[in-house]
Design a protein around this ligand. Structure first.
Ligand SMILES: C[S@@+](CC[C@H](N)C(=O)[O-])C[C@H]1O[C@@H](n2cnc3c(N)ncnc32)[C@H](O)[C@@H]1O
Length: 243
């Protein structure tokens, strides 16, 4: 094959072009990161403050929310008991809102106190205060003793020590490993987790952490954004039974 047509080479050119485009875009996007701004996703409004990850500018939160809105993945339980969801690292609360729209009662947790305030504002803005509660704390600490039918997590993608509240959204030393270690203990027997990972980051190590904890991982949804691929994985306990 002509070396110029090598798929790896074509892929690198596409990635380079996308990064260039993102560089230009970032000049326009900067104002949406540096000041409070109102984002609209599927008819819902979200106020995002500078210390909190913007789900539209950084795309992952919007993609996760759209997957929840577009698919019945996974819908609430067919039983009469109310299904409960945990939105881990809720940020501005976007996934909590879309899980509530699916019919779940939701608890959102975040370690960033600005995210907690921001999510609470958005729950009120979307008139979902009777279905969503937002708690402050580290991982499963604020929900100890509770168990869930659905757990959502769009984790920090990169390794490193966060140097600010905002950096908690994209950098961590061991958050994913600790999350993987505690997940089985808070999932109901037929509960599932949906986790968003990106090729920008340490996705392989994160998948390995889930495997080490005996959890079953399957690919649920995937989208190519040019410079990165985001994948939503469905995680189940080994004894999960399809209804
Ligand atoms: C990538 S952001 C996702 C935000 C939001 N869910 C979204 O999709 O737009 C990751 C979130 O996890 C939170 N986080 C990081 N470490 C955490 C921890 N140990 N416990 C709880 N939340 C944490 C961050 O503060 C941040 O809001």
């Amino acid at each position: 094959m002509d070396d110029n047509m090598n798929p790896m080479r074509i892929h690198s050119i596409i990635r380079f072009a996308c990064r260039l485009l993102l560089g230009f875009q970032s000049v326009f996007l900067r104002s949406r990161i540096r000041t409070p701004c109102l984002e609209r996703v599927r008819g819902r409004y979200f106020l995002v403050i500078p210390e909190v990850l913007n789900p539209v500018v950084f795309r992952s939160g919007q993609y996760f929310a759209e997957v929840l809105a577009d698919t019945s993945l996974p819908g609430p339980l067919p039983e009469h008991r109310e299904s409960v969801a945990l939105d881990m690292g809720t940020g501005c609360g976007i996934c909590a809102v879309f899980a509530a729209e699916l019919g779940y009662r939701v608890v959102g947790v975040d370690i960033n106190p600005f995210a907690v305030r921001c999510a609470r504002i958005n729950i009120l803005l979307n008139q979902l205060e009777d279905r969503i509660e937002i708690k402050h704390g580290d991982l499963f600490g604020p929900v100890s003793g509770q168990s869930f039918d659905l757990v959502l997590f769009n984790p920090p993608f990169y390794r490193g020590a966060p140097g600010s509240n905002f950096e908690l959204a994209w950098k961590s030393l061991d958050v994913f490993e600790r999350f993987a270690g505690g997940l089985e203990g808070i999932l109901n027997q037929n509960g599932r987790a949906l986790i968003l990972l990106s090729t920008d980051g340490d996705a392989d190590a994160m998948l390995q952490a889930l495997g080490r904890n005996g959890l079953t991982v399957t690919l649920a949804k995937q989208k190519h954004f040019g410079n990165e691929i985001m994948t939503i994985y469905e995680i189940r306990r080994p004894e999960f039974q399809y209804q």
